[in-house]
Ligand binder design. Sequence first.
Ligand code: FAD
Length: 466
Amino acid sequence: KVALVWLRRDIRLFDHAALYHALKECDQVIPVFVFDTAILDTLPRADRRVEFIHASLRALKSELQRADSDLVIRHADAVTAIPTLAAEFSVSAVYTNRDYEPHAIQRDKKVATALRQQGIALHTFKDQVIFEQDEIITQSGTMYSVFTPYKRAWLTQLNDFYLRSYPIKRYLHRLARLAAQPFPSLQELHFEPAGLADLSIQPGVIGGETLFENFKQRIERYHLTRDFPSIKGPSYLSVHLRFGTVSIRELAAYAWHQGSRGAQTWLTELIWREFYQQVLWHRPEVEHHAFKRNYDALAFPNDKTLFTAWCQGQTGYPIVDAAMRQLNQTGYMHNRLRMIAASFLVKDLLVDWRWGERYFAEQLIDYDLASNNGGWQWAAGTGCDAQPYFRIFNPVTQSTKFDSDGKFIRRYCPELSALQGNKIHTPWLADPATLNAAGITLGKDYPSPVVDHADQRHQALALFKR
Ligand code: FAD
């Protein structure tokens, strides 16, 4: 029996559900990856994610070659490429891991239909989460739309069975011996390098492993450090979780068994990821609509100038600007800052959360539809388990609390670096002599605030109340 293993957001050869089942059940297994034009054609020509995937696949290919096999790559629409490959290699089955995004579900349905017409089965597996779809539901059989009871049920249901790694090594000899396969360059895929190397992001399994080993030294303090963007508190593993260059089972198992306060808090974050995955699976319409549908009626003024100022990190609120510049320069934004920046766009600038969601989707290297949508709807107060709309982040309070000495602001807004003390959070409150001494002319070197928080707060409350 010969089979294809179709890799997507699972670019690794260890602890891999679809690969394990294929190797166990078949005599020969051919690993394939499709650079799907249905996705790639919508992206800008320099995209950090494409570069990350490309580099991760290069490493995977070398690993396969060391195992006397290779990686088959196509650059085409996956809906036609997979059935074509299946025919080309005369396989009797295709194995792949499930993806819960609405467009992926549709794509996979089409692929399954086309394969069926050729008499070939598509076998799909749970891999990227510990619990999927409706594995965690309420006693009355409905989805959880509030996080805390979901988390309680998730932890109650957890046991070693769900955390066990797939033992793949012993079956690797069943990888097909293939003639050397071509590996397309970024240029051949019509992309340019996006500067990944300058961002100290190490792709591939090695990158994920290095980060995780480093994080293990810090995990015990995670609950104390995670909220401060100038401290190396979080794991920075999100991009690896997104593309499957780490295994969720290994990460969750480590956190669960380690058991410290920090590890428990980190496990809670991994559960948030699964919470939003199941929200998207149960309620795919959240991709375009508020989870609480009546919030679709919010009449946001959507001022384009304010939106542009936010995108460019030029709002005059240093913590928001530093956050947006971190995103633009590195493709990453610290979680605390994602909450601050999102709240500011919706509640201070009165711009539709979907505009911000789209901008994050374009910029984030760890962009994930479920988590991004969940995070934005949470911040906007339109989502499940949202903070109530009348609880509005004060950007200055957030700044003084989570970047008290302004270290993070100074890194991304160097034009403010000579401001001393609290004025780093509120340059518009500094007297002219102080600004002068710091070499800053407001409106020239750094913007005056584009809105007044107190005024906008009232407007937001009125808008949401209406
Ligand atoms: P760590 O603190 O080390 O957390 C470990 C992992 O847990 C993360 O890698 C991530 O997979 C998961 N996680 C942590 N926090 C959350 C959360 N609030 N929701 C869901 N999963 C979480 N995360 C994404 O992976 N992709 C996104 O597109 C994304 N967009 C977001 C947009 C907004 C407005 C907000 C408020 C949050 C968003 N998040 C998103 C969640 C979170 O900010 C990032 O996962 C986190 O900052 C990634 O950094 P880390 O890997 O160092 O996280």
